[in-house]
Design a binder for this molecule. Structure first.
Ligand SMILES: [Zn+2]
Length: 92
């Protein structure tokens, strides 16, 4: 499965196919971003984010051949740095 198929079949842009998983009679198409972005603080754009892993988020998709399908997108987790002004405000 290539990026062109993902776009024309599901309208997915900016991701490429990584793997397929089958679980409980459902199909999970695992996708990764074409441009892996660095974790940034949403408040100050600092890249000094405390990273704590990554996980797949499952997006419900149209069925294929009568089977439930999901687009699993890799997501990186992070916490704002202690030096961020926004995180200091939230502690008060
Ligand atoms: Zn910040």
């Amino acid at each position: 499965m290539n990026s062109s198929f993902l776009y024309h079949a599901f309208g997915v842009k900016g991701y490429h196919y990584h793997a397929t998983a089958y679980k409980d009679s459902a199909i999970f198409l695992k996708l990764k971003s074409d441009t892996p972005k660095k974790c940034k603080c949403p408040h100050c754009d600092s890249e000094k984010v405390i990273k704590y892993g990554k996980q797949y988020r499952d997006i419900h998709n149209l069925p294929i051949g009568g089977k439930q399908t999901y687009l699993s997108v890799l997501h990186r987790n992070g916490v704002m740095p202690a030096s961020c002004r926004a995180s200091r405000r939230s502690l008060k």
